[in-house]
Design a protein around this ligand. Sequence first.
Ligand SMILES: NC(=O)c1ccc[n+]([C@@H]2O[C@H](COP(=O)([O-])OP(=O)(O)OC[C@H]3O[C@@H](n4cnc5c(N)ncnc54)[C@H](OP(=O)(O)O)[C@@H]3O)[C@@H](O)[C@H]2O)c1
Length: 304
Amino acid sequence: MDKTGFARLGRPFMNDGEEGEENGRMSMKYVELPTGDRLPALGQGTWMIGESRSSRAGEIATLQRGIDLGMTLIDTAEMYGEGASEQLVGEAIRGRRERVFLVSKVYPHNAGRKDLPAACERSLRRLGVDCLDLYLLHWRGGVPLAETVETFERLETQGKIRHWGVSNLDLGDMAELCAAPGGDRVAANQVLYNLTRRGVEWDLLPWCGERGIPLMAYSPIEQARLARHPGLCALAEKRGAAPAQLALAWLLRHDRVIAIPKASSVAHVEQNFAALACPLDAETLAGIDRLFPPPKRATPLQML
Ligand SMILES: NC(=O)c1ccc[n+]([C@@H]2O[C@H](COP(=O)([O-])OP(=O)(O)OC[C@H]3O[C@@H](n4cnc5c(N)ncnc54)[C@H](OP(=O)(O)O)[C@@H]3O)[C@@H](O)[C@H]2O)c1
């Protein structure tokens, strides 16, 4: 049994879909954490989920369908609906906890040595679990990074979290973090990365890659705008794919990038899962670069 608890699964996040035929055609890709643990490269986001009664059942069914397909990494945050998203995730994973890699995030103003343990307890309570698999600092605020690291490390020792990481940290902040005592144990950096936000390719992505730190790409479909992008739609049509699938497949071709699209319908989550079977040839990649050119210089990390 490793300390992540994944060994308890007896398998590294197998794509254990209920409908076997999917397992035959597509299989999940995995990304390694610096600890050697493996996570699904395609997970599920939950921002703006859990906020309306009328869509609740559909959102739960969608998350559960995603889990059954193998998209077992679920990303939430105390900020999302001020706890409503964590509550909905808790309901969706009941009876499925052992299959899920659960990620939540702490507000920067709660990231100090006194407030962070209490925020963690509140998230655990809303989610109905004993332990988070990954706990992220949502963005950098006024609390010194070294204090947050020290507190994350204590939560890990206490078994409240299995890994800790950060979100929205640019290169300078990452260097400062890694120089703090224990800071080089950061498990992931969750950042805005998609076809229209390629700045990280200049410096942050290679920097993290050299250190084995995965990037978790948030808003991978640019909050649905890529699904409507005329150029991408035309390119996708030529390939017989959906634009969202092309956008996801483009991220998934990296070794250490995890994409966490949010979907609130089973049709969308199934379409997103099928992006795993959407290989990109050189011609398509060149077409993508013409539509969404790679960065030519360093730019500050963007945030949504
Ligand atoms: N760390 C941070 O600061 C931060 C910031 C933003 C987001 N995040 C995380 O990243 C997750 C994903 O980002 P996001 O929610 O901002 O945006 P996103 O995943 O890029 O886009 C979500 C939107 O795309 C639509 N969509 C999903 N699959 C689709 C498909 N196959 N075809 C067409 N449209 C599709 C969804 O519609 P439906 O809902 O109708 O299915 C929704 O409107 C969040 O949910 C959150 O967990 C983190």
